[in-house]
Write a protein that binds this ligand. Sequence first.
Ligand SMILES: NC(=O)c1ccc[n+]([C@@H]2O[C@H](COP(=O)([O-])OP(=O)(O)OC[C@H]3O[C@@H](n4cnc5c(N)ncnc54)[C@H](O)[C@@H]3O)[C@@H](O)[C@H]2O)c1
Length: 346
Amino acid sequence: MLKIGILGSGFIADFHMQAYKQLCDVRVVSVASRTRAESFARSWGISGWFGGDEFMDGLCGDRELDAVDICLPNFLHVDAVRACADNHKNVILEKPLGRNVREAKEIADAATRSGVLHGYAENQVYLPQIKRAERLIRGGAMGKVLHVRAREAHFGPHSDWFWEKELSGGGSLLDMGCHSLEVTRKLVGSEPRQAFGAGSTQLHRDKTDAEDESVSLIKYSGGEIGQAENSWSAHGGLDMRYEIFGSEGALFLDVTRETGLKLFTVADESKVGYVVEKSEAAKGWLYPIWREALLYGYVDELKDFTDSFAKGELPSENFNDGLLVNQMIDACYRSFSSGKWEPIER
Ligand SMILES: NC(=O)c1ccc[n+]([C@@H]2O[C@H](COP(=O)([O-])OP(=O)(O)OC[C@H]3O[C@@H](n4cnc5c(N)ncnc54)[C@H](O)[C@@H]3O)[C@@H](O)[C@H]2O)c1
């Protein structure tokens, strides 16, 4: 039985707990956070919890733990990975690895130096539909992949720190483009070379100076093109789509609008309850999501990480991948400013 401690008790920690509950050989034994650690522990039946200013060191110093799962805001990622590395704990870190390449390198170096195993928690590469698409591509059903278009959008994040560029590191590109760009890279399967893009702050100027709209293009070594559209100003709840165009096929994937359920209702919204992440309404035509932890890839992601840790192996999605994502993103941000294609520096 692999024993896990979770740092953070917010939005993503909840999703991870839904997924851990599906895994037989894993037990979450403690949680630590500045706020809500005790109530989170109680609601999920976790025996140990650490709160207050020393929450990070408290949990990472716990000898019982085999691994730590970091579900903390972006500005705490470096400190949290250092605490795990200092205590020789295998580590899972939520996306994005760092707020920029400098932090991502610090994080990857700290893990490598201490010899711990590391998983980069990019759930969308584990979406069941993406895994199926990957098998179709590798089996030749698409011919040569020419262009992958990815879109992830909603009306903006749930916690204040996301909107503060200093704390988050960036807007819709960093927050959501990290998913779109990484899945696109995995589907294309060759080396990202150059980046081009545009970002702007349009709808949420009262809240942030980070971009709330962005479009980014990546040119790959085989001439393939990856395209990421990411928005914090799109109405209609979470929109997660991929379109793959190949020399011998095309593949379309819509995770949140093709749930297999279409509901039309004029009933009071309180009777509908939860529809989908960041849904803005519960009336009219709705596409209610089901088993989100599975459909969004969290179950397979955390199974891969914990199975790999149990075998003493590096997970297939690890900090080296996270570093490359930050390298693609920093190049896109350089292009936002220069208006030119920018090299992806490795
Ligand atoms: N994979 C995904 O799709 C996905 C979705 C959402 C968030 N994330 C990532 O997960 C990480 C956490 O995001 P979240 O949405 O859970 O955030 P959140 O704001 O919902 O929760 C943050 C947690 O960190 C704790 N915390 C500890 N010290 C803090 C401090 N000094 N300031 C603020 N909070 C502090 C809070 O108490 C809270 O439990 C981020 O890196 C984010 O990018 C990933």
